[in-house]
Write a protein that binds this ligand. Structure first.
Ligand code: COI
Length: 358
């Protein structure tokens, strides 16, 4: 029996009338999952409560020094009505990696999966029905101590909110255009790049908004030291198919270890493709392009799923049009097979799909 308490809302909201108009992350469900941490007591008082504003002291440490971590995951509705999660244990394992780097006490990963399932049973009618829609789940932890000294907190909130979503990019499965960022950097080794923490994303905003002004969807980050080695795209890990081989930057400490990235690698291995995790420089990519060997580029992420990259703008140095503006065969197969597992349209040979309820 779970120790979770449940307080249901008296004012349920109307569900989206037209699921085809769902965007990403601007609509939230009726409830949220919460839990407190107090030093000496540990994590306690897990509860489902009506969704609503938090009462935070204006001195709460998360507001000043960004002691925060988060996750991104999705619940999917299968055609037969089952609600499914995708590798949820991986998200809570990664949350604890982020927790460790941000000096936040670890959570019990198995318990979090159980709480999340209970939360989803309460919110199950919010999991949308239409193709390519899902319920995005955002677990996060914030330090709430009212204190202005720069130290880690002794009191935290763990919260999960949920948002019915459609595609992250307005382009959907059409290839996106990406700007190769040479002025700003996201992260350096030894920093927090491998974690999911707010600071990584606030550090990216300037580059993102300048790229959007130039009509690019996101930026491709280069390493923070030599500004040569490819790291990741704004909200995705990145893969290239060069002369038949799939190459993705290795996780050297400044790149997020995406769960979709890991799953894509495992899927492609299972098809017998050669997948290599290694450092790859932007110069090497440009050379492969010039030699006609850059066959495909795509991003992977929970929010973005699989997103083909059709154009890379490396400023005055080079503009690369990849795959003639069309999705390539590997990206398409990855998208088809991954989404078939996530939405329960096929048998899951990997044991990734976790049933929540019918
Ligand atoms: C996700 O893919 O879930 C992410 O966390 C990206 C997000 C910042 C939109």
């Amino acid at each position: 029996m779970s120790d979770l308490t449940i307080q249901l809302t008296d004012h349920p909201k109307a569900k989206p009338a037209d699921e085809s108009k769902l965007k990403f992350g601007d609509l939230f469900t009726d409830h949220m999952l919460m839990m407190d941490y107090d030093e000496g007591q540990g994590w306690h008082d897990a509860r489902i409560v009506p969704y609503g504003p938090l009462a935070l002291d204006p001195a709460a440490m998360c507001l000043h020094y960004g002691q925060e971590v988060f996750e991104g995951m999705k619940a999917y509705r299968a055609e037969d009505g089952r609600i499914l999660l995708f590798r949820p244990e991986q998200n809570f394992a990664r949350l604890n990696l982020s927790n460790d780097r941000l000096c936040i006490p670890p959570v019990d990963e198995d318990k979090m999966v159980e709480y999340l399932k209970e939360f989803l049973r309460v919110e199950k009618d919010w999991v949308p029905h239409s193709k390519d829609t899902s319920l995005y789940l955002r677990p996060f932890i914030i330090a709430i101590d009212p204190h202005l000294g720069v130290h880690s907190g002794k009191h935290y909130y763990f919260i999960v909110i949920a948002s019915p979503v459609g595609a992250y990019y307005p382009e959907g499965l059409n290839p996106v255009s990406i700007y190769v960022e040479t002025k700003y950097v996201r992260s350096v080794r030894g920093g927090t790049g491998f974690t999911k923490t707010a600071g990584n994303y606030s550090a990216s905003l300037k580059a993102q908004s300048e790229a959007e002004e130039k009509h690019y969807t996101q930026v491709l980050w280069l390493d923070g030291v030599e500004r040569r080695y490819i790291e990741e795209v704004g909200t995705m890990n990145v893969f290239f198919k060069i002369d038949g081989e799939i190459i993705t930057p290795s996780l050297d400490g400044s790149i997020l270890g995406g769960i979709t990235r890991k799953s894509a690698i495992e899927l492609m291995h299972s098809w017998g493709l050669k997948v290599t995790e290694r450092r790859i420089s932007i110069d090497e990519l440009a050379e492969a392009y010039d030699a006609g060997k850059l066959e495909e580029a795509f991003g992977t992420g929970t929010a973005a799923v699989i997103s083909p990259i059709g154009f890379l703008d490396w400023g005055d140095t080079k503009k690369m049009e990849i795959g003639g503006g069309k999705i390539g065969p590997v990206s398409q197969r990855l998208y088809d097979e991954l989404t078939a597992i996530q939405w329960g349209r096929t048998k899951d040979p990997f044991g990734w799909s976790v049933e929540v309820c019918k």
